[in-house]
Design a protein around this ligand. Structure first.
Ligand code: IVH
Length: 693
C-alpha cells in the first residue's frame, strides 16, 4: 500500500489523491466482482462502505481528478436474479378501502357485530395518515437489525437489508429490553421537497425523471447498489409489526409509543378516537392539511386500538378485519392545453411543459403541467388545443393524466417533438435507449453557455487567472463574451472592462495578460475545456494521445460518424472509450455550431500537439499496447498510466494495429487473438523490462 492510502483525505496532495483514486477504483471493482459475480465477498460491508466513502470524499475535494471509470458513477453489476427472496415470518397484509363516510360507519358496525359488543361499549380507533410510499419489514434479533425486506406479494419479499440500513430513520440496533425477535413494519417514503430536488439532479445528469415521490422512493430503494440508495433522501414511518417473540403492549397506541421510545419515527398526526364521528373529523382535518404536509398521503387508516380485539377479529382475504383505509379522492380537473413549451436545462436536456388555461386543483391554481418527455406525449397523444385531465394526486408537479378526445377540436395536429434546440437551433439528439433529447450546441446555446464558459476557464481547462465564475456571469450578462473565442477578444473591450464598477486598470491589465498567456494550450486541456458530455480530463488526455492534433481529431470524428468506418473502429478501440462516449463525441463534432466555435478558437489559439513526457527515448512511444489478464506487479490502472506516460497508446482490444499484448495471469481471448494475428505478446515481467523497470 502506498503512503497515500494511510493519509486522511484532507492531507492528500493532488498527486497522492490521483494515486488513491486509482487504487480505490481497482479495489472497489474487485470487491464488486467478488460480491456480485462470485458471491464470495472478501470485505465486510463496513470495509466496503469505507472504500466508497473515501473515494467520494477524494472526488469531492479534487473534482477534476474524477476518473472516467469512477466507482461513484458505476452501478454495481447485477446479481444473477436481482435481490434474494425472503419469506415473511408473518404475511404482510393489505388494507380494505372505504370511499365514503358510510363505508366507515359500516366498518365500525361490522367490528361490533363480530365482537358481539353492546351499544354502550366504546370501540377506540386509531386514525393514522396513510403514507403514500412502499412498505418494508425490519427484523431485529436480540436488538440487532438482521434483515430488511420489501412487501413483495405479502408472503415473499426481497432482501434489501443493505439498502434499508442506510436510512437515518431506521435504527440498526435497539435499546436493551426489546423482544428477542421483533419485526417492525412501516412505510418508506420521500418528502415532496426531496423529490423535486432529486428530479432536478436527475435531469441535470440526464437520468430518469420520477413521476411522483412514491415512484422516486421505490426506484431509490430497489437499487442493486446500496450506495445509490444511501445517496437518496429516504425516510421511514413505523406503524405495525410482524413476528414478535413476546407481547409488549395492549393497545395499538401504546405499541406506537414503544416504537418511538426505541428510536423509530411514528407519524405525529396519528390520533386516538372514541367514536366514528371523531375519526371522520380527523379525516376531514388531515384532508385539509394534506397539501401542506411535506410528504404525500392518500388517505387515513383506522385501526381498532385494543390488540386483544385485533387478535379476535383476525383477517379475511389478506386484509385485517380490524383496519380500513379511508381514501382521499384523486384531485383532478379539466382544462385546455394552450401550448407545449420546450425548456432547455443547463445541461441541454429538452423538457416539454404543458401551458394550461389556469384551473384550480386541490386548492392551488395550476397553469403548467409536466409532460415528462417526448414518449409520454406520443403515448398519450397530447395535442395543442386538447381538453386534458390534469391531476395533483399528491404529486407536487401536476401531471397531464389523459386527453378527452371527444372534446378535441377539428383539424388538430399530432405534436411533433422538435429535433432542434428551441434556444439555439442546434441539433437536439436523443441517444438510443435514453428518454431525454439534448441540445448538442453546448458552447453557444444560451441555456447552457454560461455553465460551459465557466467550465472552459476552470482549473483543469484554460485556467485563466482573474476569470472565474463571477466574472464569466457578469461579462456574459453584459454581452462582453458569448462564446469561448470571445474571451480572447476581450482586449477589444478594455475600456468597458475598466469602466466596470470596482474594476481597476491594473486588474484589467492583469486579466488581459493572463488571457494572452493562455493563447497557447495543450491539446488535452483544450479538449477537456470543450465540456463534451462524458469527456473528463482522463478521456481528453486519451484523445490527445491518440489523435495528436486538433485537426486530426476533428477529421477522425467526422469520419467516425459512419459506424462502419475504420475511424469509428479506431475510436472505440481506445481503451475506456465505449460506444456511449463515442456517440457524445461524434454528436459534438458533428454539430455545425460547434464546428464554428472550434474554427473561431483555432483562429485565436495555438493548440500544441500532445507531448507525451519522455516519449522520445522510450521504446514504447507511439506503440499501441493492450493489457489482458491479471497483472501481478502493477495494478491494471497503474500499468496503463505508466504506458501512457511513456507515450504508448493503450487500446481495449487486439487488432492488427496492436504492437504488444501484455498477458497477465488467467488471460482469455485477447491473448489467443494476439497469437492468431501474430501480434507480439509479452509477459508482465518482459513488459517491465522493456520499459526499463
Ligand atoms: S397498516 C395489517 N398503516 O397501505 C396492517 N398501512 O393499502 C397493514 N400504509 O401495504 C398496514 N400507511 O404499505 C398501515 N399508517 C399505515 C399505513 C399503511 C400506508 C400502506 C401499507 C399497506 C398499504 C395498504
Amino acid at each position: 500500500m502506498s503512503d497515500a492510502a494511510t493519509k486522511t483525505v484532507e492531507d492528500l496532495t493532488e498527486t497522492e489523491a490521483k494515486t488513491e483514486l486509482a487504487r480505490l477504483a481497482d479495489a472497489i471493482a474487485e470487491a464488486d466482482r467478488l460480491y456480485h459475480q462470485e458471491d464470495a465477498p472478501e470485505l465486510t460491508d463496513a470495509e466496503y462502505d469505507t472504500l466508497r466513502r473515501r473515494n467520494q470524499a477524494i472526488e469531492a475535494r479534487f473534482p477534476s481528478l474524477k476518473r472516467a471509470d469512477s466507482p461513484s458513477e458505476r452501478v454495481a453489476p447485477a446479481p444473477a436474479d436481482g435481490f434474494a427472496k425472503v419469506r415473511h415470518a408473518r404475511p404482510m397484509l393489505s388494507l380494505a378501502n372505504a370511499f365514503d363516510d358510510e363505508d366507515v360507519r359500516e366498518f365500525e358496525r361490522r367490528v361490533r357485530r363480530f365482537l358481539n359488543l353492546g351499544e354502550d361499549e366504546t370501540v377506540a380507533l386509531m386514525a393514522e395518515p396513510k403514507i403514500d410510499g412502499l412498505s418494508a419489514s425490519l427484523r431485529y434479533e436480540d436488538g440487532k437489525l438482521v434483515q430488511g425486506a420489501t412487501r413483495g406479494d405479502g408472503t415473499e419479499g426481497e432482501n434489501i437489508t443493505r439498502n434499508l440500513e442506510s436510512l437515518d430513520d431506521i435504527p440498526r440496533s435497539l435499546p436493551e429490553g426489546v423482544p428477542a425477535v421483533l419485526e417492525v413494519r412501516g412505510e418508506v417514503y420521500m418528502t415532496k421537497g426531496d423529490f423535486v430536488a432529486l428530479n432536478e439532479r436527475q435531469a441535470e445528469a440526464g437520468a430518469k425523471i420520477f413521476a411522483n415521490p412514491r415512484n422516486a422512493a421505490a426506484g431509490s430503494l430497489r437499487q442493486l447498489d446500496p450506495e445509490i440508495t444511501r445517496s437518496r433522501p429516504l425516510r421511514f414511518f413505523a406503524y405495525s409489526w410482524g413476528e414478535i417473540s413476546e407481547e409488549f403492549a395492549d393497545t395499538h397506541h401504546a405499541f406506537l409509543e414503544k416504537l418511538e421510545a426505541w428510536g423509530f419515527t411514528t407519524n405525529p398526526l396519528s390520533r386516538l378516537c372514541e367514536t366514528v364521528d371523531e375519526v371522520l373529523a380527523v379525516y376531514g382535518d388531515i384532508g385539509e392539511r394534506r397539501h401542506d404536509l411535506p410528504y404525500d398521503i392518500d388517505g387515513v387508516v383506522y385501526k381498532v386500538d385494543r390488540l386483544d380485539w385485533q387478535q379476535r377479529l383476525g383477517m379475511v382475504s389478506r386484509a385485517p378485519r380490524w383496519a380500513i383505509a379511508h381514501k382521499f379522492k384523486a384531485e383532478q380537473a379539466e382544462t385546455i392545453l394552450r401550448e407545449i413549451d420546450i425548456q432547455v436545462g443547463r445541461t441541454g436536456a429538452l423538457t416539454p411543459v404543458a401551458r394550461l388555461e389556469p384551473v384550480k386543483v386541490g386548492g392551488v391554481t395550476v397553469t403548467n403541467a409536466t409532460l415528462h418527455n417526448e414518449d409520454e406525449i406520443r403515448r398519450k397523444d397530447v395535442r395543442v388545443g386538447d381538453t386534458v385531465v390534469i391531476q395533483r394526486a399528491g404529486d407536487v408537479i401536476p401531471q397531464v393524466v389523459r386527453v378527452i378526445t371527444e372534446k378535441r377540436p377539428a383539424g388538430s395536429q399530432e405534436y411533433v417533438f422538435p429535433e432542434r434546440c428551441p434556444r439555439c437551433d442546434s441539433e437536439a439528439r436523443r441517444p438510443e435507449g435514453e428518454a431525454i433529447r439534448r441540445c448538442t450546441g453546448g458552447l453557444i446555446c444560451p441555456a447552457q453557455a454560461v455553465e460551459r464558459l465557466k467550465h472552459f476557464v476552470s482549473r483543469g481547462a484554460f485556467d485563466i487567472e482573474g476569470l472565474g465564475s463571477k466574472q464569466i456571469e457578469a461579462y456574459y450578462k453584459d454581452g462582453l463574451i458569448d462564446r469561448p473565442g470571445s474571451i480572447f477578444r476581450l482586449k477589444e473591450h478594455r475600456r468597458k472592462l475598466i469602466g466596470r464598477e470596482g474594476t481597476k486598470i491594473t486588474s484589467t491589465n492583469k486579466l488581459l495578460a493572463a488571457i494572452e498567456e493562455r493563447r497557447t494550450i495543450g491539446l488535452d486541456r483544450f479538449i477537456y475545456a470543450l465540456g463534451i458530455r462524458q469527456v473528463g480530463q482522463a478521456t481528453a488526455r486519451l484523445l490527445a494521445i491518440h489523435y495528436g492534433t486538433l485537426d486530426a481529431l476533428r477529421q477522425a470524428l467526422d469520419a467516425a460518424s459512419d459506424p462502419e468506418s475504420e475511424a469509428y473502429a479506431n475510436l472505440i478501440n481506445i481503451d475506456q472509450i465505449g460506444s456511449a462516449v463515442a456517440k457524445d463525441l461524434i454528436d459534438f463534432f458533428h454539430e455545425a455550431h460547434n464546428s464554428a466555435v472550434l474554427d473561431d478558437l483555432a483562429g485565436e489559439l495555438t493548440i500544441e500537439a500532445f507531448a507525451a513526457p519522455a516519449a522520445d527515448d522510450s521504446p514504447v512511444a507511439g506503440k499501441t499496447v493492450v493489457f489482458t489478464g491479471t497483472l501481478e506487479t502493477l495494478g491494471r490502472s497503474e500499468a496503463k498510466a505508466r504506458a501512457e506516460s511513456l507515450g504508448a497508446k493503450v487500446a481495449g482490444s487486439v487488432s492488427k494495429k496492436t504492437d504488444y499484448v501484455i498477458v497477465g495471469a488467467d488471460a482469455g481471448s485477447k491473448a489467443a487473438k494476439a497469437e492468431a494475428l501474430g501480434v507480439a505478446t509479452l509477459t508482465e515481467q518482459e513488459w517491465i523490462d522493456l520499459i526499463g523497470g
